[in-house]
Structures are given as C-alpha cells and as structure tokens.
Design a protein around this ligand. Structure first.
Ligand SMILES: [Zn+2]
Length: 135
C-alpha cells in the first residue's frame, strides 16, 4: 500500500527574492503515515531542523504528497502551514507548501505559499528566459 509522505524544505538564502530550495528532509521513520494522511513525528522534525541549521539551512516550507492529480492544499494543510509561518514571527514573509500529486503516472508538483498578509499564492512553472526589467 502506498502511503503519504512529507517533510520540510530548506534554503541557505531564506530571505532572497529568488528562493532556492537546496535541501529537503523527511519522511522520517517515526512519522505516522497512512494512505490518506501524514503526520510528522515532532521530535524527528526538530532533530532534522537542528541538523540543517548547523549546515546553514533554514526551514522555508513543507512538502507532502496527495493521492490526487492536481493537488491543492486542504483546509488542514493551510492551517498547518499558517501555524509554521506564524511561529517564525517577523522572520519569514511566506511559508511554502509544496504538494506532490501521486495519483497519475507522472508526479504533479504544485507550489503554494502562505503569505504574511493572510493570502495564499499558487506558484506557476515559468518557461523561458528570466529578463530584468529595463527602466
Ligand atoms: Zn495535504
């Protein structure tokens, strides 16, 4: 039986305009995982975070899987992500929620973020050249 999984996303430049996710953690062996739910083990999550911090990596979001083709954050997902964002106080403007849909043959990756002003953004894949604006 396939079980849902998840963990945290890390970056060495959490305050940059262009966030690069350069490390991920999870799932951990002690997590509670079923076909339709995923509950991280808090102690394992804390340990991973300390380990990442010692390597200059800062938590910037969460990832988890959904058994659906076009994943959207559930009410509980939104609540959890907003709680993480709040826990950072003024140190984060947003917290990412990356959801990997594992229903179809191809994995579908959806990137969402909880914004400090209370909004939720959906991030789209960008095809093409990044161009700086000329004034
Ligand atoms: Zn979810």
């Amino acid at each position: 039986m396939q079980k849902e999984a998840g963990g945290e996303l890390y970056s060495s430049t959490p305050h940059s305009l262009r966030i690069v996710v350069d490390a991920v953690a999870g799932p951990h062996q002690e997590d509670y995982r079923t076909r339709h739910s995923y509950n991280p083990n808090l102690k394992s999550t804390d340990n991973a975070r300390l380990e990442m911090y010692a390597r200059g990596r800062h938590a910037i979001g969460l990832w988890h899987t959904h058994p659906e083709r076009s994943p959207r954050p559930s009410g509980q997902d939104k609540k959890t992500t907003e709680e993480y964002l709040r826990a950072f106080g003024n140190d984060r403007d947003r917290y990412l929620s990356i959801i990997i849909g594992n229903r179809g043959d191809l994995l579908e990756i959806a990137v969402w973020s909880a914004e400090k002003n209370g909004d939720w953004l959906s991030w789209n894949e960008f095809h093409g050249q990044v161009q700086d604006q000329i004034p």
